[in-house]
Ligand binder design. Structure first.
Ligand SMILES: NC(=O)c1ccc[n+]([C@@H]2O[C@H](COP(=O)([O-])OP(=O)(O)OC[C@H]3O[C@@H](n4cnc5c(N)ncnc54)[C@H](O)[C@@H]3O)[C@@H](O)[C@H]2O)c1
Length: 406
């Protein structure tokens, strides 16, 4: 992994929006550590045997860059994460060359305070940074991954920053992944551009802790015909994400995804709310508590309580690497439109797909088989009916985008 300018046909760019954040820094550090054999790829689903021979780009071929609004150098950011116990002590120093290489490829994003550029000029500037990166580093393709701070749900007509970046990804011809609950490519103003782009995209909001558990427990209650009366949850977290989610608008965007999982798996939203509290001293460590009140046979009342104590960035970073590889391979294979088979990774997945984690995993494994059979954009082996991503028509004409809800 490096950002050298030598041309290699197999190199894939990963352009991180929010490139100096905790998740991004952990992903860049982790990729270097696994590539160097310093750590096993724990938590990376694409490193399991089910993904062998799918043509995924190797971790060593990933080249990182991105946009951010702050200028703290990536090696220093990684040292801060190591001091907080998110990264192993000594790891930032061991991969400092890779962190410095990625740092050189980070550009100031937008909108700036007092921004004078209009939306189109800003999108063009962001797209130009991504194109320059792809050309300068001699990359086959670049996947744009949004890991920036969560935005409040937009209310006016202006495109929020996440949607400006999504528009820039389309303009630069890049597959797009939204790991946050922000609007991104979901904005109605981008629907036709997304449909006409011929690019694959996935999102939104990574499913790493409380919602991951909900997507397992919800189906369990439904399949055992147990009546869930109330499902309440509280999250305590710090770090940049905790600070961003202290804004009620941003927390509302996050909680909508958490509740969608319950609605989809239980067939309705039970009584109860989900809260997010910013506790700065917890840093990147999150405690998520769920209290589930349910009825058994003859109305007997029971309660299940779960406590999840996780390190958010450590849970998210391997998924960023998975998603970048899968989106890059989907693009190489000529797939376009919403990649609903990646719903396994998200709270609020694009396209139509199951909500239960087990079924989502089966879809993902089917997708791996599809990629395995898709040696070239014109190939048809491994295709299965009803999949959401569409193949590019070899004539250059784009086919319809099935499963688009928004
Ligand atoms: N387990 C997880 O960690 C997890 C799970 C699901 C979703 N997410 C989402 O991932 C995102 C990143 O989380 P984090 O913990 O790394 O947060 P963070 O606060 O550490 O990093 C966010 C980064 O985004 C940057 N940023 C803010 N506005 C920007 C803009 N307009 N352009 C470019 N960069 C901008 C910030 O400067 C910061 O460096 C959040 O939206 C979070 O909700 C995380």
């Amino acid at each position: 992994m490096s950002a050298e300018s030598s041309v290699s046909p197999s190199r894939v760019g990963v352009w991180l929006i929010g490139a100096r954040g905790s998740v991004a820094t952990t992903a860049v550090t982790g990729c270097a550590a696994v590539t160097a054999g310093l750590h096993p790829p724990t938590g990376m689903v694409t490193e399991t045997p089910a993904f062998a021979d799918c043509g995924l780009p190797p971790l060593s071929s990933l080249v990182f860059g991105g946009h951010d609004m702050v200028d703290c150098p990536l090696p220093k950011r990684a040292e801060g994460l190591a001091a907080g116990g998110v990264l192993p002590p000594g790891l930032p120093a061991a991969v400092t060359a890779e962190l410095a290489a990625a740092d050189r490829e980070i550009r100031l994003g937008g909108p700036l305070s007092g921004e004078t550029r209009d939306e189109d000029e800003l999108v063009e500037a962001l797209a130009s940074d991504i194109r320059d990166f792809t050309i300068r580093c001699g990359l086959d393709r670049t996947v744009v991954v949004n890991v920036a701070s969560t935005e409040p749900v937009p209310t006016g007509t202006e495109l929020p920053a996440s949607s400006l970046y999504a528009a820039a990804a389309l303009r630069a011809g890049c597959p797009y992944v939204n790991f946050t609950p922000s609007m991104g490519l979901h904005h109605p103003a981008l629907a036709s551009a997304a449909a006409e782009s011929g690019l694959p995209y996935a999102g939104r909001d990574g499913k790493t802790g409380q919602t991951l558990l909900r997507s397992v427990l919800g189906p369990m209650f439904a399949q055992r015909a147990l009546a869930v009366r109330a499902w309440s949850g509280t999250n305590l977290l710090g770090g940049g994400d905790g600070a961003a989610l202290a804004d009620p608008g941003a927390a509302a965007a996050k909680n909508a995804g958490k509740e969608r999982v319950l609605a989809d798996t239980l067939g309705g939203v039970p009584e109860g709310e989900t809260h997010i509290d910013d506790v700065p001293s917890l840093g990147d460590w999150k405690t998520a508590w769920d209290h589930i009140a349910f009825d058994g046979f003859l109305g007997t009342r029971m309660v299940l309580q779960t406590t999840w104590q996780g390190c958010d960035s450590s849970l998210a970073a391997p998924l960023i690497l998975d998603l970048a590889r899968l989106a890059a391979r989907a693009h190489e294979a000529g797939l376009s439109g919403p990649l609903s088979e990646l719903g396994f990774y998200f709270k609020d997945p694009v396209g139509e797909g199951p909500a239960a984690l087990g079924e989502q995993y089966a879809e993902l494994i089917g997708f791996a088989g599809r990629l395995r059979g898709a040696g070239d954009p014109q190939g048809t082996s491994g295709e299965r009916p009803g999949s959401s991503g569409e193949r590019h028509d070899p004539s250059g004409q784009r086919r319809s985008l099935p499963g688009e809800r928004r």
